[in-house]
Design a protein around this ligand. Structure first.
Ligand code: PEP
Ligand code: MG
Length: 589
């Protein structure tokens, strides 16, 4: 058995066969075990791909013949010989017929073995052939994925998806019922694949480094999203033990039923708990988990799901459905629709521009203000849906007051347009600003005068404050919600909201962290919004604490020496929590 440790990203356990995605250029290449009887079909795909690859290389040779030396065309003639080498082809076919691998995985196995053999040779000529092999393999895999169409459709049985990294749109397109867990080389606990895994209630481990090169399609692995480990080559006894954990996990989820409304403190005070939802990810669990509303509706997934701009009517239908669903969560249950937060790693093909630094680029509110038609269309759709629930509008990535004023002007224009046409909408609709850029937190006092609520997006606020990419495992140690700099910005934002009489919520994933989420509650936020699967646990923790205890928690943290590090603050927080909730680790399984 070999255990690889990464970042604990979405809680839970999974045991099952591996389905691998390897990235070849931009395209994810799937590797899996084929269903019995499909070997002939798979051999056919391989032959067609070989033919296409041969034509490709021949095209290249004739283009080169017209303008270069004979020596250069020789290289590509060798590529054809490698492609059609009888021993390599036979081996690949055997992987399909005897090991039941799909053609991509079979090609990969053959080339890996040949690469290792070439690399071991003393002869410089043969060592150099590794590069040629890489080239031929890349062309062949490209041809193969072209034949299989949408690689996501190949995921046909429950599996653990192992990938370099997955983009938000790749993740949402996966057939959810067949994904037992995610294990990725890259990413971190707040990367978008992580947030989607949490929203879907699927365990995930990210930041595993090179997990894709350690696994083979079809082999059984164990994934522990709670401690952030993946076990390869498990013994039958370990598989059995893990299967028990998977069952136990289901029981625990059922046991954590809450009687009081989610977010009620022991003394009756409250910090309301809401759900974060992604359009396209089913919301069946949200009510069962006790969400008292939707604190963050990530509207950009409407764009990511269809990889184009949805029409006003398509948007209206989605917002209306979400608003009607939110209204079933309780009397006056709200829904906060976050406007198109495109950019960063949420890129939509054909819409997002290529930028040198997309996280600091033309994203979110900046994109909306620069593309006023997109902004107006979305506002119209949200306003029309606002008669079907308690809808609020939230502007993402606000960095300065001007953006809020400009957004308000646009909203006023759209409202006038709807008034003139006699189209109904909620005239008391509230607008809010996401606080996720340090400049917004520092200047929160001014921003608070422009809106009726703040929602602190700690996923981005921590990233921008620490200058540590939220998706990069190499800097995950700097991504510290309890860093004193982050705590100061939280304090500034919450105080500004209170002084100006507006609500303040946290909708970053740290809201669900048993230690940090409770700290935000102690700091005085009105609501915490998180992936629904985490609500029962946070509700349970809050139901065991009084406001006076939360005040004591806050005092303990805020009276620490100014030189305390993020790690030291986290340790003090954990100690405080363990003193007050000694069975914390059992609750948090
Ligand atoms: C955040 O930044 O905390 C947030 C909630 O927005 P997203 O994760 O979608 O960027
Ligand atoms: Mg954000």
């Amino acid at each position: 058995m070999q255990t690889v440790t990464g970042l604990a990203t979405a809680r839970g356990f999974a045991v099952g066969p591996v389905f691998v995605y390897r990235s070849i250029g931009e395209a994810p290449v799937p590797e899996y075990v084929i269903e019995p009887g499909r070997e002939g079909e798979e051999l056919g795909r391989l032959r067609r791909a070989m033919l296409e690859t041969r034509r490709d290389i021949e095209g290249l040779i004739s283009a080169l013949r017209n303008r270069t030396e004979h020596a250069e065309t020789r290289i590509f003639e060798c590529h054809i010989m490698l492609l059609e080498d009888a021993m390599l082809v036979e081996e690949t076919e055997r992987y399909i017929t005897e090991n039941h691998l799909n053609a991509e995985a079979a090609v990969r196995r053959t080339t890996n073995r040949a690469r290792a053999q070439f690399a071991r040779m003393n002869d410089h000529y043969f060592r150099e052939r590794v590069r040629d092999l890489d080239d031929v393999e890349r062309r062949l895999l490209k041809a193969l994925t072209g034949f299989s169409g949408n690689p996501h459709l190949e995921l046909k049985k429950p599996s653990i998806v192992v990938a370099d990294d997955l983009t938000p749109s790749e993740t949402v397109q996966l057939p959810r019922d067949f994904v037992l867990g995610f294990a990725t080389n890259g990413g971190s606990a707040t990367s978008h694949v992580a947030l989607l895994a949490r929203a879907m209630g699927i365990p995930a481990v990210t930041g595993l480094g090179s997990i894709t090169s350690l696994v083979t399609a079809g082999e059984t692995i164990l994934l522990d999203g709670t401690s952030g480990t993946v076990t390869l080559g498990p013994t039958p006894a370990a598989i059995l033990e893990f299967s028990d954990l998977v069952e136990r996990q289901k029981e625990i989820a059922e046991e954590v039923t809450i009687r009081a409304p989610a977010g009620t403190l022991k003394d009756g005070g409250e910090v309301v708990l809401y759900a974060n939802v992604h359009p396209g990810v089913p919301v069946d669990d949200v009510r069962g988990q006790g969400a008292r509303g939707i604190g963050l509706y990530r509207s950009e997934y409407l764009w990511l799901n269809c990889e184009r701009e949805p029409t006003e009517d398509e948007q209206y239908a989605a917002y209306r459905e979400a608003a009607e669903f939110a209204a079933t969560l309780g009397p006056d249950a709200p829904i906060t629709i976050r406007m198109l937060d495109i950019g960063g790693d949420k890129l939509v093909r054909g819409i997002s521009a290529t930028e040198a630094n997309p996280f600091l680029g033309n994203r979110s509110i900046r994109y909306l203000l620069a593309n006023r038609n997109v902004f107006r269309t979305q506002l119209r759709a949200i306003l029309r849906a606002s008669v079907h629930g308690r809808v609020s509008i939230m502007y993402p990535m606000i960095s300065c007051v001007e953006e809020l004023r400009e957004a308000a002007r646009t909203l006023a224009e759209v409202r006038r347009e709807l008034d003139e046409k006699g189209i109904a909408y909620d005239h008391d609709i509230r607008t809010g600003a996401m606080i996720e850029v340090p400049a917004a937190a520092i200047n929160a006092e001014a921003l608070a005068r422009e809106v009726s609520f703040f929602s602190i997006g700690t996923n981005d606020l921590v990233q921008y404050t620490m200058a540590a990419d939220r998706g990069n495992e190499a800097v995950a140690h700097l991504y510290q919600p309890t860093n004193p700099a982050v705590l100061k910005l939280m304090r500034l934002t919450i105080d500004a909201a209170k002084r100006n009489g507006i609500r303040v919520e946290v909708c970053g994933e740290s809201a669900s962290d048993p230690i940090v989420g409770v700290l935000w509650a102690a700091m005085g936020v009105d609501a915490l919004s998180m992936s629904a699967t985490y609500i029962p646990l946070m509700a349970k923790l809050l139901s065991r604490l009084t406001r006076a205890e939360l005040d004591d928690y806050l005092r303990t943290v805020e009276t620490m020496d100014v030189s305390a590090t993020g790690g030291e603050i986290l340790d003090v927080c954990r100690d405080w929590m363990l003193t007050h909730i000694p069975d914390l680790d059992n609750i948090v399984i």
